[in-house]
Design a protein around this ligand. Structure first.
Ligand SMILES: [Zn+2]
Length: 222
């Protein structure tokens, strides 16, 4: 498909090269998971090959993320480790609903962006509340509760804790994971309130409260 010589892992990925009057080389992965490269005139193909090879890991990571998002919004919706068939209804009133084992998206204009917006809203209203409740319940049990709980998309972590500010941030993508794993993330971040680093006492504290933490942690490889 490509005239370029690419690493094996990228062999099936389409590369679109666009030479134009620019100074720097720009690599983007579009929503169709094609690699789009803009480069100045005169840059030879073997140089492009080298750049792609150097960025191989990054490219694969972005593609896998894009695929995950796409899959999650196309046929099935993954929530708390379970897969729900998506049913799209044309509707003036726009909202999502998890009912009778199906995930309903009531939508007026059925585009990827619109679906994502509606699903994110549903996650804010349902998953975020669940996370806050779970964090406070576990926090009260172990004697450390946060002052602030935030959510955002994170690339390499499921959560983080600012122990000085007693502020916990969770990865928005956690909603796909099972409660069994989520409970571990919650405890992990809460344990950072008294133990800011991954010192021995931190892990001893986790072990005491959640003896099966290692099993749970395994489920979360990003
Ligand atoms: Zn940690």
């Amino acid at each position: 498909m490509n005239k370029l010589k690419l690493p094996d892992s990228l062999k099936d990925i389409e590369v679109v090269i666009n030479r134009k009057k620019i100074k720097n080389i720009i690599i983007k992965i579009d929503d169709e998971c094609k690699i789009k490269i803009s480069l100045p005139f005169g840059v030879p193909n073997n140089y492009v090959e080298k750049i792609i090879e150097k960025r191989e890991k990054w490219i694969l990571e972005i593609i896998s993320q894009k695929k995950k998002i796409k899959n999650n919004f196309d046929e099935n919706f993954i929530y708390l480790g379970k897969s729900y068939q998506i049913q799209i209804n044309n509707s003036m009133e726009e909202f999502c609903q998890l009912k009778n084992g199906k995930f309903y998206i009531n939508i007026q204009k059925n585009s990827f962006e619109n679906r994502k917006k509606l699903i994110d809203k549903w996650i804010c209203e349902n998953f975020y509340d669940l996370m806050i409740e779970l964090t406070m319940t576990i926090g009260e049990k172990i004697g450390y509760t946060p002052i602030k709980i935030k959510f955002r998309d994170m690339k390499t972590r499921w959560g983080s804790c600012n122990s000085m500010k007693k502020s916990i941030t969770y990865n928005h993508q956690l909603y796909k994971k099972s409660i069994y794993f989520i409970e571990y993330v919650v405890l992990h971040e809460l344990a950072h309130i008294p133990y800011p680093h991954h010192q021995k006492t931190f892990w001893e504290f986790i072990e005491k409260i959640m003896p099966d933490w290692k099993e749970r942690k395994k489920l979360g490889n990003i």
